[in-house]
Every structure is written in structure tokens, then in C-alpha cells.
Design a protein around this ligand. Structure first.
Ligand code: HEM
Length: 235
């Protein structure tokens, strides 16, 4: 790779800078800027950055057909703003309120990351009246199914076994919280571009024998169960 020309080469400059930055913290046992954390954070981005958006696009196609949202209205907006001769871009988004609203609805109904990311306190602290002991307390954000609402759940082990659990707060957002999803902008961009590009060129129809449903499987994300659609090129 080092000898090939191309814009990707700037990755080597960034990598050198990153190594220099991490070396600056060598020997500092209180710092989180070390190679292991860098590797884990990079892996986090790959894991969280692929499955989530792909699942949201699958929900979009499932929901459009299942709920019978007026796909024609989305396609009319695409034809008026983007047309058929060029690819969509993010500059089109503000002129496409209907498509944007449909995508918000997809994120709400799809509820792609319902269980949030578990968190631990790095030092003893207090949060909304709960004393969170270092490392032992686990907080997790849980999105309520199918609504723009999120509860934050805390689970604190107590002396003598067991755990004290409780509700911390309720907020309303698809990418919630202060420690919000760092991929939100990327996810919204990918979702918009792929969704618009797909509906610009195809109409998706469920074959008569295939019943679409809201059934899902739950792992890292909440995925629709496999379904079949026919992609009919638009004339
Ligand atoms: C439709 C797409 C996506 C949805 C619905 C989504 C949603 C979420 C949610 C609900 C959280 C938990 C926030 C919390 O616990 O308070 C989260 C965390 C996270 N997301 Fe996303 N996300 C999406 C796409 C992405 C993408 C594309 C990336 C990266 C490129 C990404 C990276 C992350 C990471 C690294 C975290 C953990 C943040 C932390 O530990 O503080 N996400 N996401």
C-alpha cells in the first residue's frame, strides 16, 4: 500500500501523528490514550458503524411496504429535486422534507439500537441521587420500543449480594444523551443517500406470496426478520 499512489495515502500521515500522540502518554498509568484503547475504539467504530445503518436501510424497505407509506410521494419528491440524471447528495436534503420525515419515522419504528451501550463509572460518583461506585455500577440506556423515548437504567451491586436497580431519567431522542452516538451524522448521511438512491432507480414491491411483518431478531441491533422484495427498475 505504501508504494501505491492515491488520496488514501494521507492515512499514513494520520497514523504517524496518532502514534506520536499515543507515545506522548507512555508511562502515564492514569491515561486512557494507549494502544489497546485505540484498537478497541477503532474496532467499536467498525462494529457499530456497519450493522446499524445497514439495519436501518432494511427497516426502511420493510416499513415502506408494510405500513404502505406513500412511496410515490417520496419518489415524486426525489424526481422533482434530484431527477434521474445525477446521484443524490446531502445538499438535496433540506429541499426534501417529506423524505426526511419518512426517514425519521423509520428510525422511530425500527428502533435499531434499543438496548443502548452499557457504561461503568471510572470513579465513585453520584448521578440523579444514585451513588455509583467505581467500576461496579453499570448504567445502560434503553430505548422504549417504537417511541422517541429513552430510559436510562442503573444497576448497582449491593453488599451481601444482589443489585439495586432503578430508573434514572427519561429523554426523547433517537440518538440520545450527552454521551450520544458519535456516528449520528454519518448514519443520517448514509441513510439519506442510500435510501434516496435506491428509490430513485427502483420501486420495491413485496411478492404476493411474501407477507411482510414487523417481526425482528435482537442482537446488537434490532433487525427485521429476513424478507423478500422485488426491485422493479423505474421506467
Ligand atoms: C441508524 C444508525 C445508528 C443508530 C440508530 C445509532 C444509535 C446509537 C445509540 C442509541 C447509541 C447509544 C447511546 C447511549 O448509550 O447513550 C449509540 C452509540 C454508539 N454509536 Fe451509534 N447509531 C447508529 C450508527 C452509528 C454509526 C454509523 C457509528 C460509527 C461510525 C456509530 C457509532 C457508535 C458508537 C462508537 C457508540 C458508543 C458510544 C459510547 O461508547 O459513548 N453509530 N448509537
Amino acid at each position: 500500500m505504501r508504494w501505491l499512489p492515491g488520496p488514501f495515502r494521507k492515512i499514513f500521515r494520520h497514523w504517524e501523528k496518532l502514534q506520536y500522540f499515543v507515545k506522548g502518554f507512555k508511562g502515564d498509568t492514569t491515561s486512557y490514550f494507549h494502544e489497546e484503547n485505540l484498537l478497541c475504539s477503532t474496532l467499536d467504530l467498525f462494529l457499530t458503524g456497519t450493522e446499524t445503518t445497514a439495519t436501518a436501510i432494511r427497516w426502511a424497505l420493510d416499513i415502506l411496504n408494510f405500513v404502505l407509506l406513500p412511496v410515490e410521494k417520496v419518489q415524486q419528491e426525489i424526481d422533482a429535486v434530484v431527477g434521474q440524471c445525477r446521484q443524490p447528495s446531502m445538499a438535496d436534503k433540506e429541499k426534501m422534507p417529506y423524505t426526511s420525515a419518512v426517514l425519521s419515522e423509520v428510525l422511530r419504528m425500527g428502533n435499531v439500537v434499543p438496548l443502548g451501550v452499557p457504561r461503568m463509572a471510572t470513579s465513585d460518583t453520584t448521578l440523579a441521587g444514585f451513588r455509583l461506585p467505581k467500576v461496579r455500577a453499570v448504567c445502560s440506556a434503553v430505548n422504549l420500543w417504537g417511541r422517541f423515548e429513552q430510559i436510562v437504567w442503573v444497576n448497582i451491586p449491593v453488599h451481601g449480594g444482589g443489585a439495586r436497580s432503578g430508573l434514572l431519567r427519561v429523554i426523547c431522542a433517537p440518538f440520545p444523551g450527552k454521551r450520544a452516538c458519535p456516528g449520528e451524522q454519518l448514519a443520517r448521511t448514509e441513510l439519506f443517500i442510500f435510501f434516496v438512491a435506491l428509490l430513485q432507480k427502483f420501486t420495491f414491491q413485496a411478492p404476493a406470496e411474501a407477507a411482510l411483518s414487523f417481526e425482528f431478531t435482537l442482537s446488537l441491533t434490532r433487525c427485521p426478520k429476513p424478507f423478500r422484495l422485488r426491485a422493479v427498475p423505474r421506467g
